[in-house]
Design a protein around this ligand. Structure first.
Ligand SMILES: NC(=O)c1ccc[n+]([C@@H]2O[C@H](COP(=O)([O-])OP(=O)(O)OC[C@H]3O[C@@H](n4cnc5c(N)ncnc54)[C@H](OP(=O)(O)O)[C@@H]3O)[C@@H](O)[C@H]2O)c1
Length: 308
């Protein structure tokens, strides 16, 4: 019989892809706000109490509207911290593993641009969103021993509100945007995140441990926090320019490339880290997993957009 996984955030960028990549491994019970509103503590407590047997919780759902979180800190906290705490308590009580997704926004981004953040670096969020995701991490880490916290960076994909879709809309309108060049990170396709998560889930379920990683079939899964982002580095401007170059090549048009601006010229409510680079070494050494570079992921994703 297949194991059962509870998956939150079914319609989100990452959750939607996870539903597909986890399905061959498990019977996935995928939920969204229509099933249970994560901001409603008692509804969530009732929901988890009534759940039948499950073998794992995978929890990408979150309040992800970074600027709106500055105006609605209580709602962001209820979803990102309290709901994660309740799910972690349930996982701990059932002695099952939990995967929680976190973010580069737990860091303040003040590191020099030639270095990356490791899992051991201290967190210091600049925004309500970053703070609530950090506190969600802490809750999961403290409550549920069998946790795997995956910190992501600059997620984009075929669904929802994300940078790639905004750039594609502007491109198709023939508009040339101004894009900040003084924030750097690693744009990562939600599908690759979901594929990588499925491999991690398989390892946790002991389906297919890698011969090449420190973790092997006979050892317990190395619970903990992992950075999981595309290889390489880009500024938002470089990412935008790469999208426009690829689209010009694909369509034969000559839309003018995005113009670089400083983030000071693009005021937003929540302060973003300047350096969002995550060091992915632990994922590679411990679990034998390495994501392709952001240019390759972008090319694959644009192919998928074209074939939609
Ligand atoms: N996007 C990024 O750049 C980024 C970067 C680093 C880390 N992360 C983290 O990665 C994870 C996945 O991100 P994502 O980009 O896939 O997020 P997303 O597209 O915004 O999806 C979030 C999901 O959470 C659900 N949700 C929100 N409020 C809810 C509520 N009150 N009750 C039930 N469900 C609720 C949403 O449902 P509705 O669609 O119905 O609202 C949606 O399905 C998150 O934990 C995020 O913090 C994201």
């Amino acid at each position: 019989m297949q194991p059962k996984i509870l998956l939150t955030g079914r319609s989100g960028q990452v959750g939607y892809e996870l539903f597909q990549t986890l399905s061959p491994l498990a019977d996935v019970y995928a939920i969204d706000v229509q099933d249970v509103d994560l901001s409603d503590v008692s509804a969530l407590e009732r929901f988890v109490r009534c759940l039948g047997l499950i073998d794992m919780i995978v929890h990408p759902a979150a309040f992800t509207a970074v600027d709106l979180a500055e105006e609605q800190p209580d709602l962001a906290r209820a979803i990102n911290v309290e709901a994660s705490r309740i799910l972690a308590e349930e996982a701990a009580q059932r002695n099952i593993p939990m995967i929680y997704y976190s973010t580069d926004y737990v860091f303040d981004g003040s590191r020099s641009f030639d270095s990356c953040y490791t899992e051991n670096d201290s967190t210091s969020p600049l925004s309500v969103y970053g703070l609530t995701k950090r506190d969600g991490e802490t809750a999961v880490r403290t409550i549920c021993k069998k946790h795997c916290i995956l910190r992501l960076c600059w997620v984009y994909g075929l669904r929802g509100n994300n940078f790639l879709r905004t750039m594609l809309r502007l491109y198709h309108q023939g508009k040339t945007p101004n894009v900040v060049y003084d924030q750097i990170g690693a744009p990562t396709w939600s599908r690759i995140i979901a594929m990588t998560t499925a491999i991690i889930v398989a390892k946790i379920l002991n389906v297919s441990p890698s011969e090449h990683a420190e973790y092997s079939k006979d050892s317990e899964f190395p619970w903990g926090t992992y950075h999981l982002s595309a290889d390489g580095v880009a500024s938002w401007h470089e990412f935008a320019a790469a999208i426009f170059v690829a689209m010009n090549r694909q369509t034969g048009q000559k839309i003018e490339l995005p113009k670089p601006i400083l983030s000071a010229a693009y005021p937003v409510k929540a302060t973003r880290p300047k350096n969002s680079r995550l060091d992915n070494n632990l994922l590679s050494v411990t679990l034998g997993l390495k994501l392709p570079d952001w240019q390759t992921q972008l090319a694959w994703c644009l192919d998928a957009v074209k074939n939609e």
